[in-house]
Design a protein around this ligand. Structure first.
Ligand code: ADP
Length: 599
């Protein structure tokens, strides 16, 4: 269970509901007046969320909803928090489940509402009763439609949060606009890997690394069209940034684990606690709160405001309450709104190959808004056609699979015919294309205990594992034959491939694909087989910036007052971003933008 809280309704709110003054939200229809709607008692209800069933317990007293307990859910932490908080509070305050979904958490919202319905039906409720209840909107209204700050940050992912806290720490009054109901963006759902050369972890493991090797790997991974100046800034600042995250922000990295992502010549990725971005986002937010950064959620930047001297002086925004708000910026605006992986039209506009056949790993907010806003006032864009797919995602949802990161620990990829077809440690684009050329555009990842013991991926990501099992996308068995049979793969060729691979692993040479990195046999059961497919993961192109995170126009001139950082920018990753380079990029350049906007 990830979360369990109980919110009791207040007498005051109860009375306000009676007189039709709902404390939160608008009243569109005549309300039921509470008492007598349901039979008193405690009822359990279930609704399908993103990660599995959401289970709630609803207590009915005096004929109406009195309290709600969250018994169990497997929704993504942070991303789903606002949905639980807002919906449960609003339902208790208004005694109604006739409620809108929360922006950016619609699946979770629907799951919560379905669970409430399920419980209340057991208490004698029905759709007729539910629909006559007060219609609640969870949108929050702003009192001031024009507000002034020193710095406006657009987007609350890793780059935006890093920029906001640095600018505020340097003395500026900062507001961060986030269009979703929760912070985090793609950074939150990332694996929390951060490439850093020269860490204590590398020293303890006897791994030799340098800023130069990191630059070389990154340039090579991006086919050398990367902006080397930006790559150098990222590499040179990686270690001090990791120290800042640990010492100042209190982010916890695994002390005994480094990951070697594809294309890196040595293991150099620190891995955040839990192997995801949650700790990073929560701690940056907490630090921002301490410093006094103002966070405006469900507030979408629509347009940059430019004065007569072409200086960016503010942002026009809208919120889910339907208001338009002008945010003036005394010092500048930082765009940190992420990439455009979740915007199908924009993907096809810049690279027609990346069409409907790809789902995406990205969160719903990554729709390229910042790129469009900047371009509209003359900013230059670069590398827009380079869109990265991640090879091993959930074929049904597109969500990135962290269980499938067993690949880095030594799992192999096979096709429906039971054959290997690519080097498992090759670049993401190469593996993704290779998978799309296989039967059903899918592939199978296979591993045994030798690999499982390296990273314990099925344990570390137990919730994901259980969900995959439910969707019949992963299967565990004592024999290799059972794995093949489960997914109708030819048993003989499957077995022959694994036997051959085991021989290669023992000799230390992969004669077919020259595998790099962890190279272990698949002999000890229980064994695992997981169905995987590629999905859009990162957009390399974006706004052109210089090494101070200042935005440039088509002539290469600085646009005064405008900064950009993170996935919204282009150039640093060239044609292809290496694993673990996004978090390093977004935190390094977010901080640089935050420092420079104040100067
Ligand atoms: P990065 O890794 O560069 O920080 P993320 O994807 O982690 O990028 O975060 C980008 C954030 O920006 C997301 O939370 C997204 O919802 C938010 N965002 C995108 N467009 C807008 C917009 N127009 N206004 C406010 N926030 C936005």
């Amino acid at each position: 269970m990830k979360k369990g809280f109980k919110v009791m309704s207040l007498l005051l709110v109860f009375l306000m509901t009676f007189v039709g003054l709902a404390a939160c939200g608008k009243t569109d229809t005549a309300a039921n007046t509470g008492g007598g709607k349901y039979k008193d008692g405690v009822y359990e209800g279930r609704g399908a969320g993103n990660g599995g069933d959401i289970i709630l317990k609803v207590a009915v007293e005096n004929g109406d909803i009195a309290s709600i307990d969250v018994i169990e859910h497997k929704e993504t932490e942070v991303l789903s928090d606002a949905a639980f908080d807002k919906i449960i509070n609003a339902v208790l305050e208004n005694k109604s489940i006739n409620i809108d979904v929360v922006t950016g958490a619609s699946f979770t919202s629907r799951g919560i509402i379905a669970a409430l319905k399920d419980a209340l039906i057991k208490a004698g409720g029905n759709d007729d009763i539910f629909s006559k209840d007060v219609k609640i909107s969870v949108a929050k209204e702003e009192n001031e439609l024009e507000q002034t700050y020193d710095v406006i940050v657009i987007g609350g992912g890793g780059a935006g949060l890093s920029a906001a806290v640095e600018a505020q720490a340097a003395g500026a009054k900062v507001v961060l606009l986030e269009k979703m109901s929760s912070l985090g963006g793609n950074t939150l759902v990332s694996g929390g890997g951060l490439n850093v050369p020269g860490t204590d972890q590398q020293k303890a493991l006897g791994i030799e690394d340098s800023v130069e090797t990191f630059i070389e790997d990154t340039m090579k991974g991006g086919d050398n069209i990367n902006n080397k100046e930006l790559v150098t800034v990222m590499a040179e600042n990686a270690l001090s940034t990791a120290k800042w995250l640990v010492d100042k922000i209190k982010v916890e990295f695994m002390s005994d684990r480094l990951q070697q992502f594809g294309g890196h010549s040595v293991p150099r990725a620190l891995i955040a606690k839990g192997n995801h971005g949650t700790d990073l986002i929560q701690k940056l937010k907490a630090y921002g709160d301490d410093l006094g950064v103002v966070f405006k959620m469900e507030t979408k930047a629509e347009e940059l405001i430019v004065d007569d001297n072409n200086r960016v002086v503010g942002v026009k925004a809208t919120n889910t309450a339907g208001q338009e708000i002008i945010f003036n910026a005394n010092k500048g605006v930082i765009i940190a709104s992420g990439g455009f992986g979740a915007n199908l039209d924009m993907r096809k506009e810049y690279n027609p190959e990346i069409d409907e056949k790809y789902k995406t790993t990205d969160v719903a907010g990554t729709t390229g808004d910042g790129i469009v806003m900047a371009e509209n006032i003359g900013a230059d864009l670069m590398h827009m056609e380079y869109i990265q797919t991640y090879p091993t995602c959930n074929p049904k949802t597109g969500i990135i699979s962290y269980v499938a990161n067993s690949r880095f620990d030594g799992a192999i990829l096979l096709n429906q015919e039971g054959n290997r077809f690519v080097e498992e440690m090759d670049r993401r684009d190469v593996i993704s294309k290779a998978i799309l050329n296989q039967t059903n555009r899918e592939s199978y990842l296979v591993w045994g205990q030798e690999v499982e013991q390296v990273g314990n991926m099925t344990e570390l990501h137990k919730d994901e594992y259980n969900n995959l099992e439910k969707l019949d996308l992963i299967y565990k068995a004592d024999t290799i034959e059972e794995l093949a049979e489960h997914f109708n793969i030819d048993v003989n060729s499957f077995k022959a491939t694994i036997e051959k691979y085991n021989k290669y692993a023992k000799n230390g040479k992969d004669e077919d694909f020259n595998r790099r990195g962890s190279f272990l046999p698949i002999e000890k059961g229980p064994f695992y087989i997981q169905k995987v497919a590629p999905a859009v993961h990162h957009t390399m192109g974006g706004i052109v910036v210089n090494k101070e995170a200042k935005v440039l126009d088509k002539e290469g001139n600085i646009i005064p007052g405008l900064f950009a950082a993170g996935e919204v920018t282009g150039g640093i990753h060239g044609t292809n971003r290496l694993g673990g380079n996004a978090v390093t990029d977004v935190v390094v350049f977010g901080r640089i933008a935050g420092e420079n906007v104040v100067k």
